[in-house]
Design a protein around this ligand. Sequence first.
Ligand code: NAD
Length: 499
Amino acid sequence: MTDELEHFIGGERVAGTSGAYDDVFDPNTGTVQARVPLASAEEVDSAVRDAAEAQRTWASWNPQRRARVLMRFLELCNEEMDSLARLLASEHGKTVPDAKGDVQRGLEVVEFATGIPHLLKGEYTEGAGAGIDVYSMRQPLGVAAGITPFNFPAMIPLWKAAPAIACGNSFVLKPSERDPSVPLRLAELFVEAGLPPGVFNVVNGGKTAVDSLLLHREVAAVGFVGSSDIAEYIYSTAAAHGKRAQCFGGAKNHMIIMPDADLDQAVEALVGAGYGSAGERCMAISAAVPVGQPTADALVEKLTERVRRLRTGTSFDESADFGPLVTEQARKRVEDYIALGVAEGADLLVDGRGFRMPGHEGGFFLGASLFDNVTPEMRIYREEIFGPVLSVVRAADYEEALRLPSEHEYGNGVAIFTRDGDSAREFASRVNTGMVGINVPIPVPIAYHTFGGWKRSGFGDLNQHGPDSIRFYTRTKTVTSRWPSGRKEDASFTIPTMH
Ligand code: NAD
């Protein structure tokens, strides 16, 4: 029997009424394990109205009281960590330890958001003029919407929702239709933690649901994470309908290996960041850039041997380095890119195609693949593959290595491996991307800093989590007050100035 999933509206699970469904697969076996309802415009409208109603009361709770709900939510999620991770792995395909990381990185932003009483404090100027004080306050926007990708089904919904609701907004999440079960469970845990019904809602669906959120009058802000073309579409449509929007897109993350780098450390970093989660991470390293011929030759030799030893396994196999891809369509797409790389003239040193998992022949598995001599004109370099494929792009010198990520159309993360502090510092300053790692292959900033890519990896002017998230989910009101102490004031016909 295939499970039928629901939406979560007004504090409870509700069955879909549109009659449209999508399949949710078990990537380990290739079988359909559930059907997810695809919301109609009417269902989205009902969720948004509920959220708008709930928001008025929620915003009246003082920030400390709102924070306590988040604290309780943290406790509940931690108690359920194992089962959340297993549920996540069963729909996404990543390994259970990696799935725990997905939940944990989301919870770290919830932890950040529990500081909301402090984060919401405005600014105050006493005596800005005679008897004049000026202060500002941050007020919630109303209903915020989040549209999230398949690859982090716990982390990204929590990155969006936790700061939004801490600020006093209500939230409507449209998670990926590939792995909606964890978001639904998080919604239940929010209610169990004391969040009033209607403050956090989940509407499942595809384009119809997304477009309904983008056009809805009561939705004030839209946060999106996914591929770049959709990010651009969401950003421009939301802005055209008077909403604030922050939309994060795809990536091609480079790792520069300088001649003085510790090559063993660099190889370990490359395989973890390149193949972890089967390469289905927006911060995965997909281009390794050794600087100079001797570095490239030595790196490729060590890397090839290491990649051959990587273990593809099921999500529940404790010895697996990475699991299956999310769908057969995703698996096929990556295979096609490997064939394209060969046709484009790159050297395929390790070929992960044709990998079959004994006992799981229907699963969406691929082995690890490694290309050498990839050049900037090739499509396998220009486009995001989003699979367990790493490309070595050899750079003659440091300036060429710096140019590669800087001139790439994506600008999410980049890393440099070196022992030289001076060149690392110079690189961090000059490179044209949003996040930089120095001997750190996946530089996802901690929760109280902000996360965001540049160029086609990010549309909008504020980042996710950290202080930017509080700015994004609030609007500033500035009050100028005067208590004239009984002095008579004549009308003034000139613009008030401070002098
Ligand atoms: P996707 O763009 O296919 O889907 C993302 C969301 O958009 C989903 O909720 C989906 O239902 C919705 N959507 C898809 N097509 C749509 C359409 N035509 N109109 C309206 N909505 C639509 O992305 P995905 O495959 O789920 O996720 C992988 C992508 O996300 C990769 O490109 C990856 O780099 C990117 N990503 C980026 C970041 C980041 O922070 N920059 C983080 C994670 C993932």
